[in-house]
Design a protein around this ligand. Structure first.
Ligand code: 9G3
Length: 489
Protein backbone atom coordinates (compact mmCIF):
# COMPACT_ATOMS: atom_id res chain seq x y z
CA UNK A 1 0.00 0.00 0.00
CA UNK A 2 1.55 3.34 -0.99
CA UNK A 3 1.31 5.97 1.71
CA UNK A 4 -0.51 8.39 -0.60
CA UNK A 5 -3.26 5.82 -1.09
CA UNK A 6 -3.81 5.39 2.62
CA UNK A 7 -7.24 6.79 3.60
CA UNK A 8 -5.67 9.36 5.88
CA UNK A 9 -6.70 12.97 6.25
CA UNK A 10 -5.03 15.01 8.97
CA UNK A 11 -6.37 18.26 10.39
CA UNK A 12 -4.35 21.37 11.19
CA UNK A 13 -6.77 22.28 13.97
CA UNK A 14 -9.01 20.13 16.12
CA UNK A 15 -12.68 21.07 16.61
CA UNK A 16 -13.25 23.48 19.48
CA UNK A 17 -15.29 21.04 21.55
CA UNK A 18 -12.42 18.54 21.80
CA UNK A 19 -11.08 19.22 25.31
CA UNK A 20 -8.97 16.12 25.98
CA UNK A 21 -5.57 16.08 24.25
CA UNK A 22 -6.16 12.47 23.16
CA UNK A 23 -9.44 13.48 21.55
CA UNK A 24 -7.75 16.40 19.73
CA UNK A 25 -4.78 14.35 18.54
CA UNK A 26 -6.83 11.35 17.39
CA UNK A 27 -9.00 13.69 15.34
CA UNK A 28 -6.06 15.65 13.93
CA UNK A 29 -4.00 12.52 13.14
CA UNK A 30 -7.00 11.04 11.33
CA UNK A 31 -7.43 8.07 13.71
CA UNK A 32 -11.13 8.64 14.36
CA UNK A 33 -13.99 10.64 12.91
CA UNK A 34 -17.16 11.47 14.84
CA UNK A 35 -20.48 10.28 13.37
CA UNK A 36 -22.60 11.56 16.27
CA UNK A 37 -22.02 12.48 19.92
CA UNK A 38 -20.08 9.62 21.49
CA UNK A 39 -20.15 7.59 18.27
CA UNK A 40 -17.02 7.23 16.12
CA UNK A 41 -15.58 5.69 12.99
CA UNK A 42 -12.11 4.16 13.50
CA UNK A 43 -10.21 5.27 10.37
CA UNK A 44 -7.53 2.86 9.00
CA UNK A 45 -4.76 4.14 11.32
CA UNK A 46 -7.03 4.10 14.33
CA UNK A 47 -8.33 0.65 13.40
CA UNK A 48 -4.76 -0.68 13.26
CA UNK A 49 -4.04 0.51 16.78
CA UNK A 50 -7.38 -0.82 18.05
CA UNK A 51 -6.54 -4.21 16.53
CA UNK A 52 -3.14 -4.21 18.26
CA UNK A 53 -4.83 -3.64 21.62
CA UNK A 54 -7.39 -6.36 20.86
CA UNK A 55 -4.55 -8.77 19.99
CA UNK A 56 -2.75 -8.07 23.26
CA UNK A 57 -5.99 -8.61 25.20
CA UNK A 58 -6.81 -11.80 23.26
CA UNK A 59 -3.34 -13.31 23.75
CA UNK A 60 -3.40 -12.70 27.49
CA UNK A 61 -6.99 -13.90 27.94
CA UNK A 62 -6.15 -17.11 26.05
CA UNK A 63 -2.96 -17.51 28.07
CA UNK A 64 -5.03 -17.20 31.25
CA UNK A 65 -7.20 -20.09 30.04
CA UNK A 66 -10.28 -18.07 29.10
CA UNK A 67 -12.28 -19.11 26.03
CA UNK A 68 -13.38 -16.53 23.47
CA UNK A 69 -16.97 -16.42 22.24
CA UNK A 70 -19.10 -13.65 20.75
CA UNK A 71 -22.52 -12.75 22.12
CA UNK A 72 -25.13 -10.60 20.35
CA UNK A 73 -25.38 -6.87 21.01
CA UNK A 74 -29.17 -7.19 20.60
CA UNK A 75 -30.59 -8.60 23.85
CA UNK A 76 -34.24 -9.58 24.48
CA UNK A 77 -35.76 -7.48 27.28
CA UNK A 78 -37.03 -10.70 28.93
CA UNK A 79 -33.51 -11.50 30.14
CA UNK A 80 -33.27 -8.11 31.85
CA UNK A 81 -36.74 -8.51 33.32
CA UNK A 82 -35.74 -11.94 34.69
CA UNK A 83 -32.61 -10.47 36.34
CA UNK A 84 -34.67 -7.56 37.67
CA UNK A 85 -32.48 -4.96 36.02
CA UNK A 86 -34.82 -3.81 33.23
CA UNK A 87 -36.47 -1.31 35.55
CA UNK A 88 -33.29 -0.41 37.44
CA UNK A 89 -31.49 1.22 34.52
CA UNK A 90 -33.04 4.35 33.08
CA UNK A 91 -32.34 6.14 29.81
CA UNK A 92 -28.74 4.88 29.79
CA UNK A 93 -30.02 1.47 28.63
CA UNK A 94 -30.71 1.83 24.89
CA UNK A 95 -34.04 0.14 24.21
CA UNK A 96 -35.80 -0.62 20.91
CA UNK A 97 -38.56 -2.75 19.43
CA UNK A 98 -38.38 -5.21 16.56
CA UNK A 99 -40.92 -5.39 13.72
CA UNK A 100 -43.29 -7.40 15.94
CA UNK A 101 -43.00 -4.74 18.63
CA UNK A 102 -41.07 -7.12 20.88
CA UNK A 103 -38.77 -5.24 23.30
CA UNK A 104 -34.96 -5.41 23.02
CA UNK A 105 -31.97 -3.61 24.49
CA UNK A 106 -28.59 -2.84 22.93
CA UNK A 107 -26.21 -4.54 25.38
CA UNK A 108 -24.31 -2.32 27.82
CA UNK A 109 -22.91 -5.49 29.41
CA UNK A 110 -23.66 -9.20 29.21
CA UNK A 111 -24.22 -10.76 32.65
CA UNK A 112 -27.78 -11.78 31.70
CA UNK A 113 -26.83 -13.28 28.34
CA UNK A 114 -23.79 -15.22 29.54
CA UNK A 115 -25.43 -16.55 32.72
CA UNK A 116 -28.45 -17.77 30.75
CA UNK A 117 -26.12 -19.44 28.23
CA UNK A 118 -24.12 -21.23 30.95
CA UNK A 119 -27.33 -22.19 32.80
CA UNK A 120 -28.53 -23.92 29.62
CA UNK A 121 -25.19 -25.50 28.66
CA UNK A 122 -23.53 -26.59 31.91
CA UNK A 123 -25.06 -28.54 34.81
CA UNK A 124 -22.23 -30.67 36.21
CA UNK A 125 -19.31 -29.73 38.45
CA UNK A 126 -17.15 -31.75 36.06
CA UNK A 127 -17.47 -28.97 33.44
CA UNK A 128 -16.50 -26.20 35.85
CA UNK A 129 -14.62 -23.92 36.28
CA UNK A 130 -14.92 -22.06 33.00
CA UNK A 131 -14.06 -18.47 32.04
CA UNK A 132 -15.63 -17.09 28.86
CA UNK A 133 -14.82 -13.77 27.20
CA UNK A 134 -15.69 -11.63 24.21
CA UNK A 135 -14.41 -8.44 22.59
CA UNK A 136 -17.60 -6.74 21.54
CA UNK A 137 -19.35 -3.42 21.05
CA UNK A 138 -21.25 -2.07 24.02
CA UNK A 139 -23.96 0.60 24.09
CA UNK A 140 -24.56 3.00 26.96
CA UNK A 141 -26.54 6.17 26.31
CA UNK A 142 -24.33 8.49 28.37
CA UNK A 143 -26.03 11.75 29.24
CA UNK A 144 -22.82 13.64 28.45
CA UNK A 145 -20.53 11.72 26.08
CA UNK A 146 -17.15 13.54 25.98
CA UNK A 147 -13.38 13.33 25.59
CA UNK A 148 -13.64 11.26 22.41
CA UNK A 149 -13.23 7.53 23.06
CA UNK A 150 -12.87 8.10 26.82
CA UNK A 151 -16.64 8.31 27.34
CA UNK A 152 -18.53 7.16 24.25
CA UNK A 153 -22.03 5.80 23.72
CA UNK A 154 -20.84 2.92 21.53
CA UNK A 155 -17.49 1.45 22.55
CA UNK A 156 -15.38 -1.71 22.41
CA UNK A 157 -15.14 -3.76 25.61
CA UNK A 158 -13.52 -7.06 26.48
CA UNK A 159 -15.86 -8.60 28.99
CA UNK A 160 -15.09 -11.93 30.66
CA UNK A 161 -17.19 -14.02 33.03
CA UNK A 162 -15.94 -16.83 35.28
CA UNK A 163 -18.07 -19.65 36.67
CA UNK A 164 -16.79 -21.72 39.63
CA UNK A 165 -18.17 -24.38 41.97
CA UNK A 166 -17.04 -22.59 45.14
CA UNK A 167 -15.52 -19.37 46.51
CA UNK A 168 -11.97 -20.73 46.50
CA UNK A 169 -12.42 -21.40 42.80
CA UNK A 170 -13.60 -17.83 42.26
CA UNK A 171 -10.54 -16.52 44.09
CA UNK A 172 -8.33 -18.53 41.73
CA UNK A 173 -10.20 -17.31 38.62
CA UNK A 174 -10.07 -13.74 39.91
CA UNK A 175 -6.31 -13.95 40.53
CA UNK A 176 -5.72 -15.36 37.04
CA UNK A 177 -7.65 -12.46 35.48
CA UNK A 178 -5.97 -9.93 37.81
CA UNK A 179 -2.51 -11.12 36.69
CA UNK A 180 -3.56 -11.15 33.03
CA UNK A 181 -4.71 -7.53 33.39
CA UNK A 182 -1.29 -6.54 34.72
CA UNK A 183 0.35 -8.15 31.67
CA UNK A 184 -2.10 -6.50 29.27
CA UNK A 185 -1.65 -2.98 30.57
CA UNK A 186 2.12 -3.39 30.81
CA UNK A 187 2.23 -4.54 27.18
CA UNK A 188 0.10 -1.54 26.22
CA UNK A 189 2.77 0.68 27.75
CA UNK A 190 0.41 2.17 30.35
CA UNK A 191 1.44 3.58 33.73
CA UNK A 192 -1.39 2.11 35.82
CA UNK A 193 -2.44 1.17 39.35
CA UNK A 194 -4.77 -1.63 40.46
CA UNK A 195 -6.90 0.01 43.16
CA UNK A 196 -9.49 -1.25 45.64
CA UNK A 197 -12.85 -0.11 44.30
CA UNK A 198 -16.52 0.10 45.10
CA UNK A 199 -18.64 -2.60 43.45
CA UNK A 200 -21.27 0.00 42.50
CA UNK A 201 -24.61 -1.04 41.01
CA UNK A 202 -23.26 -4.41 39.85
CA UNK A 203 -23.03 -5.45 43.47
CA UNK A 204 -21.60 -8.87 44.17
CA UNK A 205 -20.39 -10.21 47.50
CA UNK A 206 -16.63 -10.20 46.96
CA UNK A 207 -13.93 -7.65 46.36
CA UNK A 208 -13.47 -5.57 43.28
CA UNK A 209 -10.47 -3.79 41.77
CA UNK A 210 -10.22 -1.08 39.14
CA UNK A 211 -7.21 -0.70 36.86
CA UNK A 212 -6.48 3.02 36.58
CA UNK A 213 -4.24 4.60 33.94
CA UNK A 214 -2.77 7.69 35.61
CA UNK A 215 -3.74 10.82 33.68
CA UNK A 216 -4.95 14.28 34.65
CA UNK A 217 -7.98 13.96 32.34
CA UNK A 218 -9.13 10.90 34.34
CA UNK A 219 -12.52 11.19 36.05
CA UNK A 220 -11.54 9.08 39.06
CA UNK A 221 -9.41 10.06 42.04
CA UNK A 222 -7.02 7.46 43.45
CA UNK A 223 -5.55 7.61 46.95
CA UNK A 224 -2.15 5.85 47.06
CA UNK A 225 0.25 5.44 49.96
CA UNK A 226 3.73 7.02 49.65
CA UNK A 227 5.23 4.05 51.48
CA UNK A 228 3.37 0.76 50.99
CA UNK A 229 1.25 -0.60 48.12
CA UNK A 230 -2.09 0.60 49.46
CA UNK A 231 -4.14 2.27 46.72
CA UNK A 232 -7.89 2.73 46.46
CA UNK A 233 -10.48 4.67 44.51
CA UNK A 234 -11.39 7.68 46.66
CA UNK A 235 -14.96 6.34 46.74
CA UNK A 236 -13.67 3.53 48.92
CA UNK A 237 -10.33 4.72 50.39
CA UNK A 238 -9.99 4.82 54.18
CA UNK A 239 -7.33 6.62 56.24
CA UNK A 240 -6.29 7.68 59.72
CA UNK A 241 -7.07 11.40 60.02
CA UNK A 242 -4.47 13.94 61.08
CA UNK A 243 -5.35 15.24 64.55
CA UNK A 244 -7.41 18.45 64.65
CA UNK A 245 -5.81 21.79 65.56
CA UNK A 246 -7.81 21.97 68.80
CA UNK A 247 -6.89 18.48 69.95
CA UNK A 248 -3.23 19.23 69.21
CA UNK A 249 -3.47 22.50 71.20
CA UNK A 250 -5.07 20.73 74.14
CA UNK A 251 -3.11 17.51 73.77
CA UNK A 252 -3.40 17.08 77.53
CA UNK A 253 -7.12 17.61 77.10
CA UNK A 254 -9.25 15.34 79.27
CA UNK A 255 -13.02 15.02 78.94
CA UNK A 256 -13.55 16.72 82.30
CA UNK A 257 -11.58 19.86 81.38
CA UNK A 258 -13.93 20.85 78.54
CA UNK A 259 -16.32 23.57 79.84
CA UNK A 260 -20.09 23.22 79.27
CA UNK A 261 -21.42 24.07 75.82
CA UNK A 262 -22.16 27.70 75.32
CA UNK A 263 -24.50 29.24 72.70
CA UNK A 264 -23.13 32.30 70.90
CA UNK A 265 -24.51 34.71 68.31
CA UNK A 266 -23.39 34.08 64.72
CA UNK A 267 -25.61 36.33 62.57
CA UNK A 268 -25.78 35.01 58.96
CA UNK A 269 -22.62 32.94 59.49
CA UNK A 270 -23.63 29.74 57.68
CA UNK A 271 -20.53 28.20 56.10
CA UNK A 272 -17.36 26.67 57.52
CA UNK A 273 -15.28 29.42 55.91
CA UNK A 274 -17.44 32.17 57.41
CA UNK A 275 -17.12 30.50 60.83
CA UNK A 276 -13.34 30.20 60.47
CA UNK A 277 -13.12 33.87 59.43
CA UNK A 278 -15.42 35.23 62.14
CA UNK A 279 -14.65 32.95 65.08
CA UNK A 280 -11.02 32.26 64.27
CA UNK A 281 -11.49 28.53 64.86
CA UNK A 282 -9.72 25.98 62.61
CA UNK A 283 -11.98 24.09 60.18
CA UNK A 284 -10.76 20.89 61.86
CA UNK A 285 -12.42 22.05 65.11
CA UNK A 286 -15.83 22.55 63.54
CA UNK A 287 -18.52 19.85 63.49
CA UNK A 288 -20.08 20.08 60.02
CA UNK A 289 -23.60 18.60 59.83
CA UNK A 290 -25.30 17.76 56.51
CA UNK A 291 -28.81 16.24 56.19
CA UNK A 292 -29.37 13.47 53.62
CA UNK A 293 -32.44 11.70 52.26
CA UNK A 294 -31.51 8.04 51.75
CA UNK A 295 -34.49 6.16 50.24
CA UNK A 296 -37.15 7.01 52.85
CA UNK A 297 -34.70 7.73 55.69
CA UNK A 298 -33.65 11.26 56.64
CA UNK A 299 -30.33 11.30 58.49
CA UNK A 300 -27.84 13.93 59.61
CA UNK A 301 -24.16 13.18 58.99
CA UNK A 302 -21.48 14.89 61.09
CA UNK A 303 -17.87 15.20 59.91
CA UNK A 304 -15.01 17.50 60.84
CA UNK A 305 -15.11 20.86 59.03
CA UNK A 306 -11.93 20.07 57.09
CA UNK A 307 -13.33 16.77 55.75
CA UNK A 308 -15.76 15.93 52.93
CA UNK A 309 -18.69 13.54 53.35
CA UNK A 310 -18.46 10.39 51.19
CA UNK A 311 -22.06 9.78 50.10
CA UNK A 312 -21.28 6.26 48.86
CA UNK A 313 -20.04 5.22 52.31
CA UNK A 314 -23.19 6.69 53.93
CA UNK A 315 -25.38 4.92 51.35
CA UNK A 316 -23.69 1.55 51.99
CA UNK A 317 -23.89 2.00 55.78
CA UNK A 318 -27.64 2.67 55.52
CA UNK A 319 -28.15 -0.04 52.87
CA UNK A 320 -29.98 2.53 50.75
CA UNK A 321 -30.51 2.42 46.97
CA UNK A 322 -30.49 6.20 46.49
CA UNK A 323 -29.06 9.09 48.47
CA UNK A 324 -29.09 12.87 48.05
CA UNK A 325 -28.48 15.95 50.17
CA UNK A 326 -31.81 17.21 51.59
CA UNK A 327 -32.81 20.60 50.20
CA UNK A 328 -33.12 23.59 52.56
CA UNK A 329 -36.95 23.48 52.49
CA UNK A 330 -36.99 19.81 53.61
CA UNK A 331 -34.49 20.50 56.40
CA UNK A 332 -36.53 23.49 57.59
CA UNK A 333 -39.78 21.51 57.48
CA UNK A 334 -38.30 18.52 59.37
CA UNK A 335 -36.17 20.33 61.95
CA UNK A 336 -37.29 23.98 61.97
CA UNK A 337 -33.62 24.91 61.49
CA UNK A 338 -32.53 27.22 58.65
CA UNK A 339 -29.55 26.24 56.49
CA UNK A 340 -26.15 26.75 58.03
CA UNK A 341 -27.20 26.42 61.68
CA UNK A 342 -27.95 22.71 61.94
CA UNK A 343 -25.91 20.71 64.46
CA UNK A 344 -25.95 17.36 66.31
CA UNK A 345 -26.81 18.75 69.80
CA UNK A 346 -30.48 18.15 70.50
CA UNK A 347 -31.23 17.35 66.84
CA UNK A 348 -34.46 15.37 66.32
CA UNK A 349 -32.96 13.42 63.34
CA UNK A 350 -30.87 10.25 63.46
CA UNK A 351 -27.19 11.30 63.50
CA UNK A 352 -24.28 9.44 61.86
CA UNK A 353 -20.92 10.65 63.19
CA UNK A 354 -17.64 10.20 61.34
CA UNK A 355 -14.90 8.66 63.49
CA UNK A 356 -12.58 11.67 63.15
CA UNK A 357 -15.38 14.01 64.33
CA UNK A 358 -16.25 11.67 67.22
CA UNK A 359 -12.64 11.94 68.41
CA UNK A 360 -12.71 15.74 68.68
CA UNK A 361 -11.97 16.91 72.24
CA UNK A 362 -14.41 19.76 71.70
CA UNK A 363 -15.79 21.65 68.70
CA UNK A 364 -18.10 24.31 67.33
CA UNK A 365 -21.46 23.22 65.93
CA UNK A 366 -24.71 24.76 64.70
CA UNK A 367 -27.08 25.39 67.64
CA UNK A 368 -30.17 24.27 65.67
CA UNK A 369 -31.40 27.87 65.93
CA UNK A 370 -31.07 30.57 63.26
CA UNK A 371 -27.95 32.78 63.74
CA UNK A 372 -26.59 30.76 66.67
CA UNK A 373 -23.81 28.19 67.17
CA UNK A 374 -22.47 26.26 70.19
CA UNK A 375 -18.84 26.16 71.30
CA UNK A 376 -17.24 23.58 73.64
CA UNK A 377 -19.36 20.85 72.08
CA UNK A 378 -18.00 17.50 73.19
CA UNK A 379 -18.98 14.44 71.13
CA UNK A 380 -20.32 11.71 73.41
CA UNK A 381 -21.16 14.16 76.18
CA UNK A 382 -23.32 16.66 74.27
CA UNK A 383 -24.62 14.34 71.56
CA UNK A 384 -24.99 10.59 70.95
CA UNK A 385 -22.19 8.59 69.34
CA UNK A 386 -24.24 5.42 68.87
CA UNK A 387 -23.93 5.59 65.04
CA UNK A 388 -20.22 6.24 64.42
CA UNK A 389 -18.29 5.04 61.34
CA UNK A 390 -16.26 6.02 58.31
CA UNK A 391 -18.39 8.55 56.46
CA UNK A 392 -15.75 10.83 54.95
CA UNK A 393 -13.40 10.97 52.00
CA UNK A 394 -9.82 10.21 52.88
CA UNK A 395 -7.86 13.47 52.68
CA UNK A 396 -4.52 13.94 50.93
CA UNK A 397 -1.79 13.77 53.58
CA UNK A 398 -3.80 11.48 55.88
CA UNK A 399 -1.96 8.55 57.39
CA UNK A 400 -2.14 5.33 55.37
CA UNK A 401 -4.73 2.87 56.75
CA UNK A 402 -2.49 -0.13 56.20
CA UNK A 403 1.05 0.88 57.13
CA UNK A 404 2.48 3.04 59.94
CA UNK A 405 4.81 5.21 57.89
CA UNK A 406 3.09 6.35 54.70
CA UNK A 407 0.66 9.11 53.90
CA UNK A 408 -1.93 9.22 51.12
CA UNK A 409 -1.33 11.07 47.85
CA UNK A 410 -4.05 11.68 45.25
CA UNK A 411 -3.83 10.98 41.51
CA UNK A 412 -6.34 11.28 38.67
CA UNK A 413 -6.99 8.06 36.79
CA UNK A 414 -8.76 6.72 33.71
CA UNK A 415 -10.55 3.45 34.52
CA UNK A 416 -9.32 1.05 31.81
CA UNK A 417 -10.25 -2.18 33.61
CA UNK A 418 -12.56 -3.38 36.36
CA UNK A 419 -12.70 -6.86 37.92
CA UNK A 420 -15.49 -8.05 40.23
CA UNK A 421 -16.26 -11.00 42.46
CA UNK A 422 -19.97 -11.33 41.70
CA UNK A 423 -20.70 -14.42 43.79
CA UNK A 424 -24.24 -15.70 43.20
CA UNK A 425 -25.94 -12.36 42.44
CA UNK A 426 -26.77 -13.35 38.82
CA UNK A 427 -26.52 -17.16 39.01
CA UNK A 428 -29.12 -17.10 41.80
CA UNK A 429 -31.55 -14.87 39.91
CA UNK A 430 -31.11 -16.65 36.59
CA UNK A 431 -30.89 -20.20 37.99
CA UNK A 432 -27.35 -21.15 36.94
CA UNK A 433 -27.08 -24.33 39.04
CA UNK A 434 -24.83 -27.39 38.81
CA UNK A 435 -24.88 -30.85 40.39
CA UNK A 436 -21.92 -31.34 42.74
CA UNK A 437 -20.04 -34.63 43.28
CA UNK A 438 -22.75 -35.72 45.74
CA UNK A 439 -25.44 -35.01 43.12
CA UNK A 440 -26.68 -32.00 45.09
CA UNK A 441 -27.77 -28.88 43.17
CA UNK A 442 -25.53 -25.85 43.89
CA UNK A 443 -25.44 -22.28 42.58
CA UNK A 444 -22.43 -21.30 40.47
CA UNK A 445 -20.05 -18.68 41.87
CA UNK A 446 -19.31 -15.95 39.32
CA UNK A 447 -16.78 -13.25 38.59
CA UNK A 448 -16.84 -10.64 35.81
CA UNK A 449 -13.93 -8.75 34.27
CA UNK A 450 -14.03 -5.74 31.91
CA UNK A 451 -11.47 -3.83 29.85
CA UNK A 452 -12.36 -0.70 27.91
CA UNK A 453 -10.48 -1.64 24.72
CA UNK A 454 -11.32 1.56 22.83
CA UNK A 455 -10.71 3.60 25.98
CA UNK A 456 -7.16 2.15 26.16
CA UNK A 457 -6.32 4.00 22.90
CA UNK A 458 -7.14 7.32 24.55
CA UNK A 459 -5.31 6.39 27.76
CA UNK A 460 -2.17 5.50 25.75
CA UNK A 461 -2.33 8.86 23.94
CA UNK A 462 -2.92 10.77 27.20
CA UNK A 463 0.24 9.21 28.63
CA UNK A 464 2.48 9.11 25.55
CA UNK A 465 1.89 12.18 23.42
CA UNK A 466 4.82 14.57 23.53
CA UNK A 467 5.17 18.34 23.54
CA UNK A 468 5.18 18.64 19.76
CA UNK A 469 2.68 15.80 19.46
CA UNK A 470 0.35 18.35 17.93
CA UNK A 471 2.97 19.39 15.35
CA UNK A 472 3.73 16.29 13.31
CA UNK A 473 0.58 14.28 13.84
CA UNK A 474 1.74 11.81 11.21
CA UNK A 475 4.90 11.11 13.16
CA UNK A 476 3.00 11.10 16.38
CA UNK A 477 0.62 8.61 14.82
CA UNK A 478 3.48 6.34 13.80
CA UNK A 479 4.94 6.71 17.27
CA UNK A 480 1.64 5.60 18.75
CA UNK A 481 1.46 2.56 16.46
CA UNK A 482 5.13 1.78 17.17
CA UNK A 483 4.46 2.13 20.88
CA UNK A 484 1.58 -0.33 20.73
CA UNK A 485 3.21 -2.61 18.15
CA UNK A 486 6.47 -2.68 20.14
CA UNK A 487 4.59 -3.86 23.21
CA UNK A 488 2.67 -6.50 21.32
CA UNK A 489 5.72 -8.34 19.88
C1 9G3 B 1 -26.66 -1.17 32.28
C2 9G3 B 1 -26.21 0.09 31.85
C3 9G3 B 1 -24.97 0.55 32.21
C4 9G3 B 1 -24.15 -0.23 33.03
C5 9G3 B 1 -24.59 -1.48 33.45
C6 9G3 B 1 -25.84 -1.96 33.07
C7 9G3 B 1 -22.11 -0.51 34.16
C8 9G3 B 1 -23.70 -2.28 34.29
C9 9G3 B 1 -21.57 -2.51 35.43
C10 9G3 B 1 -20.88 -3.54 34.59
C11 9G3 B 1 -20.13 -4.55 35.38
C12 9G3 B 1 -19.23 -5.42 34.57
C13 9G3 B 1 -19.06 -7.08 32.82
C14 9G3 B 1 -17.76 -6.49 32.36
C15 9G3 B 1 -17.11 -5.67 33.41
C16 9G3 B 1 -18.04 -4.67 34.03
N1 9G3 B 1 -22.90 0.24 33.40
N2 9G3 B 1 -22.50 -1.74 34.60
O1 9G3 B 1 -24.00 -3.41 34.70
F1 9G3 B 1 -27.86 -1.60 31.88
CL1 9G3 B 1 -27.23 1.02 30.83
O2 9G3 B 1 -20.95 -3.54 33.41
N3 9G3 B 1 -19.90 -6.09 33.47
Amino acid sequence: MRQNQLMLSTLRESPGDAEAISHQLMLRAGYIRQVAAGIYTYMPLGRRVLRKVEEIVREEMDRAGAQELLMPALQPAELWKESGRYGVYGPELMRLQDRHEREFALGPTHEEVITTLVRNEINSYRRLPVTLYQIQTKFRDERRPRFGLLRGREFLMKDAYSFDTDWEGLDASYQRMYKAYHRIFERCGLNFRAVEADAGAIGGEGGTHEFMALADIGEDTIAACTHCGYSANLEKATSRATTSAGSQAHAHNQAASVPAIEKFHTPSIRTIDQLVQSVGAAASDILKTVVFVADEQVVAVVVRGDHEINELKVKHYLGAENIAIADAETVLRLTGVPTGFIGPVGLTLSVLVDQAAAELASGIAGANEGDYHYRNVQPGRDFELSRTGDFRNAAEGDCCPSCADGTLQFYRGIEVGHVFKLGTKYSEKLGAQFLDAAGKSQTMIMGCYGIGVSRVLSAVVEQHYDANGTGSSGQWGLRLIRCISFQSR
